[in-house]
Write a protein that binds this ligand. Structure first.
Ligand code: ATP
Length: 230
């Protein structure tokens, strides 16, 4: 179980999150929705240890990681796939995967990455920065996957990608979830996120406007949050 408990956070002079609590139970998919500027990316940055909250706690299986640096969260099984993908553009696909693998497990990591996205196998020696947007996103996901994470935090994985590529990525996420990995999914494609999620959190102006199951989320209320925002 991954938890944020009453988190307040922001940047110099600007409070963004105001008392947000969120739970990602083991093996579940949680969608975090909300209009531009609601604080979704800020919440993921707190969740991955990149931004320390001004109040509240970050818990992994009940253990407190609030003041922990990102690498300790990674060691606890929490992987962040940031917006903009987070691959090393000047390294090859192979090297991008290799730096993520524990020493001695590189061969297994390559196999795992290719099993996730066969297309990466054909491009092992290509510079990551020259891959298509979709392939870079696949590589970013593969880099998380080879670490055998317990929880993956995903920021707008479908951003700017063709529908067919988005299908492929969501099919992989479904497989990941079926294997028991928890996902916290920040998404702009509301319908897709709702289709894959067990629970939905709707964030607006740094506060939760809705928490529940996708079937409980009223489409009119959802639209109102988006229209009324910013
Ligand atoms: P989007 O979908 O547009 O990415 P979001 O819900 O992810 O939106 P955040 O990126 O978390 O929202 O931003 C929330 C607020 O915090 C915005 O008003 C933004 O301008 C501000 N903000 C984000 N990053 C910083 C930063 N590094 N310094 C100062 N303010 C920031």
């Amino acid at each position: 179980m991954f938890e944020l408990e009453n988190v307040h956070a922001g940047y110099a002079g600007a409070t963004v999150l105001r008392g947000v609590s969120l739970r990602v139970p083991a093996g579940s998919v949680v969608a975090l929705l909300g209009p531009n500027g609601a604080g979704k990316t800020t919440l993921l940055r707190v969740a991955s240890g990149l931004l320390r909250p001004t109040a509240g706690r970050v818990l992994v299986d009940g253990r407190d990681f609030t003041a922990a640096p990102p690498h300790r969260l990674v060691a606890a099984g929490v992987c962040h796939v940031p917006e903009g993908r987070g691959v090393f553009p000047s390294l090859s696909v192979r090297d991008n995967i290799e730096v993520q693998a524990r020493p001695g497990t590189e061969a297994e990591a390559f196999d795992r990455a290719v099993a996730a996205f066969p297309r990466l196998g054909e491009r092992m020696h290509q510079q990551a920065g020259t891959l298509s947007g979709g392939e870079q996103q696949m590589l970013a996901l593969a880099r998380a996957y080879v670490q055998r994470p317990a929880v993956v935090l995903l920021d707008e994985v479908s951003m700017g990608l063709a529908p067919k590529v988005v299908d492929e990525i969501f099919a992989f996420l479904a497989r990941l979830a079926a294997e028991g990995t928890s996902l916290l999914l920040v998404e702009q494609y509301v319908a897709r996120a709702l289709g894959s999620a067990d629970y939905v959190y709707l964030l607006n102006r740094g506060e939760l406007a809705f928490v529940g199951e996708p079937t409980e989320l009223d489409a009119t209320a959802l639209a109102a949050q988006y229209v009324g925002a910013s």
